[in-house]
Design a protein around this ligand. Sequence first.
Ligand code: B12
Length: 228
Amino acid sequence: MDIKIDDEYFGKLAQTVIDGDDEECVRLVNAGLEAGVDPLDAVEKGLAKGINQVGEDFGAGIIFLPELAMAADVMKQGTAILDDRIKASGAIRMSHGKIVIGTIKGDIHDIGKSVVATVLQANGYDVVDIGIDIAVDTFIDAVKEHNADALGMSTLLTLPLMEMGKVINRMSDIGMRDSVKVIVGGCPVTQEFADEIGADAVGFDAQDAVFKLDGLLGINRPRAGTAT
Ligand code: B12
């Protein structure tokens, strides 16, 4: 089937993420690639628009957790195909910086952290998602190994909150703190708590994570609702 690569195509691609329709997403991505779509455009003009919309709708209480998780999954399936194509073609994906992200020790909540990781990736960051229940030393080792510009830590639980402070203290002890920005998030994480443990920023949702990380790393981009 012939597909025309135009605004309508990108709009349909975005809509598959909003609808949580993985089959249609994969079909449209593959059909687009056959028709010669630039995989970067498919991510940035299509899938990213969809997940950004979903993030806003979730923040506004228009959609709920199941839709959000489904959208993140669809986005991941689409970007996996496109990332493979980008790597295979040797194209260099624009990167605003590299962030290691994980959920702290004692906490297995994965969804919010993964949504943040996906949206950061869709917005031009190299994201290394090291998973859940991550110990202090594992965070430190991953930042070193990937030479990351930033570290993101997530938790939804009150009990292990101080694990975040321990990671930051360890970073200071080994002389890593000045060269790596730290952003924290998750429902019990307040601005006051972030200040107390010496984090650089707290992100209250995925859009806010992009906004705050952009600020920390000096990235300027047009914002929704502002003239482009
Ligand atoms: C789904 C869920 C689960 C699932 C998790 C599935 C998964 N794969 O992640 C399951 C069922 C496994 C689970 C288990 C538990 N859960 Co639970 N869970 C939830 C629930 C209902 C939703 C969490 C969620 O996914 N929200 C949707 C995402 C998108 O939102 P989010 O996580 O807040 O993330 C957003 C922001 O916070 C921010 N963000 C998040 N991380 C980061 C990181 C960075 C760097 C940045 C910038 C931003 C950022 O951006 C995200 C996107 O918008 C919450 C209640 C709630 N409404 O939050 C309880 C909740 C978090 N769970 C709770 C509890 C107690 C538990 C258990 C301990 C229960 C038990 N007794 O076993 C266990 C945890 C065991 C453990 N060791 O971790 C409590 C926590 C209470 C507390 N303050 O400590 C809550 C609040 C429920 C409650 N009201 O009691 N849970």
